[in-house]
Design a protein around this ligand. Structure first.
Ligand code: UD1
Ligand code: UDP
Length: 361
């Protein structure tokens, strides 16, 4: 089989790593990087740390408005598809790179396989929600991380080609968690002790582009430090750094702003955190998998299972609500049930692609 994989943003490099490894054992993969993320700390470091082969093609699209960025990606991916004529196009998650890969492929009649299908926030103000819905409806194979995702697809009439495979992020986490513990020196470098700090990430437009929300989150992290003695470490997504600079916002005492970290340092920071506060999708699941309580800084989550299990609470950006959840909430005793699969999702994805290819040919 010839597979053309499209990635472009940080979480997609992590998701693609285990699948790419499993695919390349038996098939030919052409890895296309759209260039959506391009800083070394948002892109190169993940290829190095996760042992992902260098992209065969980097389209160098970079940042831009949604329409410009997505449109330029579609045009460039179309050219690659015409040259490569793959059996499948493989896309991940819900970014503009995902939608561009799916659109370019379906319009040329190249079958699409979508990893992390069936996720829904039901919040149409999120750019990712449109990307997910449209990509799922373009896809011939839909690889779901959870039973909830399978049900949500069925509710939209999508039942053919749907496979419950588990979450490829759990594959990646299991393959790297020990390595992170052994190799990462991030705690010592930042002067943090295990269980002695909170880890936070913020990058959603809902928080970065609404100044009150950004201010409120920083203030809440400062309050939590005051009340618990635990500082917060906040690896800053470049979008967030840009907004903080534009607003001339400085963090309160006990809030440590750092550059984005690599995957191994991130896993090390997550595993030893007392509490994680985040608006990231991936980080919510990683918190759950490491049995670290999580406060979600959004009005809703796609990963509802983590909330039902009691390990995650959806709070939004309200200062008082964040502080109350951080200081007063009682969390379950570990270990949490394995809701996101057994770390073998990549193998199931390759097997399903092979099965579909055999029945088509
Ligand atoms: C994108 C995805 C989001 C995902 C996130 C993962 C879309 C619509 N959004 O959001 O779903 O959760 O990636 O991190 O696809 N920038 C840099 N350097 C970089 C990359 C970005 O400086 O390497 C800055 C640019 O100013 C850019 C901004 O960050 O305009 C936003 O980048 P973009 O890729 O458009 O969206 P993300 O917020 O990263
Ligand atoms: N991550 C990382 N370094 C950071 C922040 C996040 O390695 O400084 C990892 C994190 O562990 C997870 C993924 O990036 O695997 C999540 O990506 P992000 O939060 O950018 O996107 P989302 O999951 O919200 O789409």
């Amino acid at each position: 089989m010839n597979i053309l994989t499209v990635v472009g943003a940080r979480p997609q490099f992590i998701k693609a790593a285990p699948v790419s490894r499993a695919l390349r054992a038996r098939h030919r993969e052409v890895l296309v990087h759209t260039g959506q993320h391009y800083d070394a700390g948002m892109s190169d470091i993940f290829f190095a740390e996760l042992g992902i082969p260098q992209p065969d093609i980097n389209l160098g699209i970079g940042s831009g408005s949604h329409g410009q960025q997505t449109g330029r990606m579609v045009m460039a991916i179309e050219e690659v598809l015409l040259a490569e004529r793959p059996d499948w196009t493989l896309v991940y998650g819900d970014t503009n790179s995902t939608l561009a890969g799916a659109l370019a492929a379906v319009k040329l009649g190249v079958p699409v396989a979508h990893v992390e299908a069936g996720l829904r926030s039901f919040n149409r103000a999120m750019p990712e929600e449109h990307n997910r819905v449209l990509t799922d409806h373009c896809a011939d194979l839909l690889f779901c991380p959870t039973a909830t995702a399978v049900e949500l697809l069925a509710a939209e009439g999508l039942t053919t080609g749907v496979h419950l495979v588990g979450d490829v992020m759990v594959d990646a986490l299991r393959q790297h968690a020990d390595l992170a513990r052994q190799r990462s020196e991030v705690l010592a470098r930042l002067g943090l002790r295990p269980q002695g700090y909170c880890l936070a990430t913020v990058h959603r437009p809902y928080n970065t582009d609404v100044p009150e929300n950004l201010r409120s989150i920083l203030a809440a992290l400062g309050d939590i430090h005051q009340q618990t003695g635990r500082p917060a470490v906040l690896p800053l997504h470049p979008r967030t750094r840009g907004r903080l600079e534009a607003l001339a916002l400085t963090p309160p005492a006990g809030v440590l702003l750092i550059d984005p970290v690599g995957y191994l340092d991130m896993l090390a920071l997550e595993q030893a955190a007392a509490l994680i506060l985040t608006d990231s999708g991936g980080v919510q699941k990683e918190a759950y998998t490491f049995a670290v309580p999580c406060i979600t800084l959004r009005p809703e989550t796609e990963w509802v299972e983590t909330v039902q299990a009691g390990w995650n609470v959806v709070v939004g950006a309200d200062r008082g609500a964040i502080v109350q959840a951080a200081t007063q909430r009682r969390w379950p005793e570990g270990p949490p049930p394995p809701l996101f699969g057994d770390g073998q999702a990549a193998g199931r994805i390759v097997a399903a692609l092979e099965g579909a290819h055999a029945s088509a040919g």
